[in-house]
Write a protein that binds this ligand. Structure first.
Ligand code: NAP
Ligand code: MG
Length: 497
C-alpha cells in the first residue's frame, strides 16, 4: 500500500464523513433528548462533529435491544463456525478501512497517524481475529466425579454486558472488551470516552453482527456511563479508565444489582535499571521510547525510572538526547512521533505537574513547556524530571503525559522498595544481566506485568491487568473469558436405581 504524505492526509481530513449518532438496535439514532456534545480535534481545536449525547433513556433502549437480541439467541444461537466467520470478516474489514479508521483516531485524539496505522488499527483487527479463532477452539470440561453421575462444567455468556472505555487507544481498548465479550456470546453496549467516540461509531456500523448485539451509546460519563453502571438489567460492566472512576463502578454495582465489575485502571509503573546491566544506552533508549510513545498517554507507561546511582547520569544523558526525537509535530505528518494531548484540559492538567515538580524540588532535565501554541492544538514537550524523591507528587500521581520521573537509588533493595511504594501495580520492569537478580526482583514486584530487560512486549496470548489499585480481572488471552462468562455446573444422574 502506498504511504500517504502529510498533504494527502490533510486533504482526506477535509472530506471525511463522520458518524455522530448513537448506534442502537442496528440503527443510527439521535439521543432521545436531541442533545449533542462537541467533538473537538486537539490538533487545532476545530469542531469535528456534534455527537449524540446519550442519557438514561438511550441507555435503557440500548440495554433493552441488547437483552432482546440475547433472549432471541440472534448471536449466541449461531453455530460457532458462523460466529467465527463473522468476527473474522469484521477484522478483515477493519484492516481494509485502516486508513480511514486511523485518520479518525488521529483527528479525534491527536496521536501521530503512523502510530494510529501501525498500532491502533493493526492491534484492533488482531484482537478480533484472535478471539474469532478461539470461538471454536475452547472446550468445556467434565469433572472427574464418581461413575454414578456426570458433572459438566460449562461456560455460559453473562447476557448483556457494558464496556466503558477511555480515549488513549479508543478502538483498541474497546476491542479488548468487545472481542472476548462477543466471542463468549454476550450482547454488548459500548460507551466510548467523550473525547473519542468517532471510531467506535464507525466500527459498529461495519461490524456485520446481528441487530441489537452490539450497541454504542456516546455520552458523558456521569450520564451514559453511570446509567450503565446502575442499570438493573446489565449483567456486567467492564471498564478501562482512571482509578477514581473505577471506584464509582464498584459503587454502582453495590447500589444496583451486584453486576460483575472488571476494572483496568491507572498506573505509575516502575522501570528499575541496575548497575549490573551493562548496556545502559539500550535500557535508557527503551525507557525514553516507552514513556514518550502515545504522548505518554499509556496506562503502562514506565513513568518512574528507578536507577542505581552508578549509571544514573549516563542514563539521563541518553534519555534527554532521545527526547529530541519526540519534539511534538503535526499528527497528520507520517514522520511525526509525538502528537497532541487528547484535549486542552488534559494538556493543562499535565502541565500542572511541571509546577508541582519545581515546587517540590525536582530538577527539570529537559522540556517542561507547551509546544506548537500557534496551531491552537494541545501540545506538550517531552519532559524529564531528575533527582525525584518517590514521595513527590510527580512520583506518586499518574500524569498520563510525556513526563518521566528519574529516581536515583543506592541498591537493589531500595529499588524494589521504591518500586512497590505506590498505590498502583500495573506494569513494572527490571534491567540486569544477573539472572538471579532478574528472577528475585521479578518475584518481589507487586504488579500484573513484569518486563525483564524489555518493555511493552505485546501479544494477544498473554493476560493484561493490574494488582492493587490498578484494577481487577484481566484483558486479553483466554483468561479474559473469566470476565465475560458464568461457570455452570450441571449434574446428570447415571444411576438407574
Ligand atoms: P476516565 O476519566 O476514568 O474515563 C473513562 C471512561 O469512564 C470514559 O468513557 C468516561 O466518560 C467514563 N466516566 C467518567 N466519569 C464517569 C462516571 N462518573 N460514571 C461512569 N462513567 C464515567 O479515564 P480517561 O481520562 O478517559 O482515561 C485515562 C485513564 O485510563 C488513565 O487513568 C489510564 O491509566 C487509564 N487506562 C487504563 C488502562 C488499563 O488497561 N489499565 C488502559 C488505558 C487507560 P467521559 O469520557 O464522558 O468522561
Ligand atoms: Mg474523561
Amino acid at each position: 500500500m502506498k504511504e500517504l504524505t502529510a498533504r494527502e492526509w490533510h486533504a482526506r481530513a477535509e472530506s471525511i464523513r463522520l458518524r455522530s449518532q448513537a448506534f442502537i438496535d442496528g440503527r443510527f439514532v439521535d439521543a432521545a433528548s436531541g442533545e449533542t456534545f462537541d467533538s473537538v480535534s486537539p490538533i487545532d481545536g476545530r469542531l469535528l462533529a456534534k455527537v449524540a449525547s446519550c442519557g438514561e433513556e438511550d441507555v435503557n433502549r440500548a440495554v433493552a435491544a441488547a437483552r432482546r437480541a440475547f433472549e432471541e439467541r440472534r448471536w449466541s444461537g449461531k453455530a460457532p463456525a458462523e460466529r467465527k466467520r463473522i468476527l473474522q470478516a469484521f477484522a478483515a474489514l477493519i484492516r481494509e478501512n485502516g486508513d480511514e479508521l486511523a485518520l479518525i483516531e488521529t483527528l479525534d485524539m491527536g496521536k501521530p497517524i503512523s502510530d494510529s496505522l501501525a498500532v491502533d488499527v493493526r492491534a484492533t483487527a488482531d484482537s478480533f481475529d484472535w478471539y474469532a479463532e478461539a470461538v471454536d477452539k475452547v472446550y468445556d470440561e467434565i469433572a472427574p466425579t464418581s461413575d454414578k453421575a456426570l458433572a459438566l462444567i460449562t461456560r455460559e455468556p453473562l447476557g448483556v454486558v457494558a464496556a466503558v472505555v477511555p480515549w488513549n487507544f479508543p478502538m483498541l481498548m474497546a476491542a479488548w472488551k468487545l472481542a472476548p465479550a462477543l466471542a463468549a456470546r454476550n450482547s454488548v453496549v459500548l460507551k466510548p470516552a467523550e473525547q473519542s467516540s468517532l471510531s467506535a461509531l464507525k466500527l459498529a456500523a461495519e461490524a456485520g453482527i446481528p441487530d441489537g448485539v452490539l450497541n454504542v451509546v456516546p455520552g458523558m460519563g456521569p450520564a451514559a456511563g453511570r446509567a450503565l453502571g446502575m442499570h438493573m438489567d446489565v449483567d456486567g460492566v467492564f471498564f478501562t479508565g482512571s482509578t477514581a472512576v473505577g471506584r464509582y463502578f464498584m459503587e454502582y454495582a453495590a447500589k444496583s444489582n451486584l453486576k460483575k465489575i472488571g476494572l483496568e485502571l491507572g498506573g505509575k509503573s516502575p522501570f528499575i535499571l541496575l548497575g549490573s546491566f551493562r548496556d545502559v544506552e539500550r535500557a535508557a533508549s527503551q525507557v525514553a521510547n516507552s514513556i514518550f510513545f502515545n504522548q505518554g498517554e499509556m496506562c503502562t507507561a514506565p513513568s518512574r525510572l528507578i536507577v542505581e546511582k552508578s549509571v544514573h547520569e549516563r542514563a539521563v544523558e541518553m534519555i534527554v538526547r532521545i527526547a529530541g526525537d519526540y519534539v511534538p509535530g503535526d499528527p497528520l505528518d507520517p514522520k511525526t512521533r509525538m502528537g497532541a494531548m487528547v484535549d486542552e484540559n488534559h494538556a493543562r492538567r499535565v502541565m500542572s505537574f511541571v509546577d508541582a515538580a519545581r515546587r517540590e524540588g525536582a530538577e527539570i532535565a529537559i522540556g517542561g513547556a507547551r509546544a506548537r501554541e500557534v496551531t491552537g492544538g494541545a501540545f506538550v514537550e517531552p519532559t524529564v524530571f531528575d533527582r525525584v524523591d518517590n514521595r513527590m507528587t510527580v512520583a506518586q500521581e499518574e500524569i498520563f503525559g510525556p513526563m518521566l520521573s528519574v529516581i536515583p537509588v543506592a541498591d537493589v533493595d531500595e529499588a524494589v522498595r521504591v518500586a512497590n511504594d505506590s498505590p498502583y501495580g500495573l506494569a513494572s520492569s527490571v534491567w540486569t544481566d544477573d539472572l538471579t537478580t532478574a528472577h528475585a526482583v521479578s518475584r518481589r514486584l507487586r504488579a500484573g506485568l513484569v518486563y525483564v530487560n524489555c518493555y511493552d512486549c505485546d501479544d494477544m496470548t498473554v493476560p493484561f491487568g493490574g494488582y492493587k489499585q490498578s484494577g481487577t480481572g484481566r484483558d486479553k488471552s483466554l483468561h479474559a473469558f473469566d470476565k465475560y462468562t458464568e461457570l455452570k455446573t450441571t449434574w446428570l444422574s447415571l444411576d438407574r436405581g
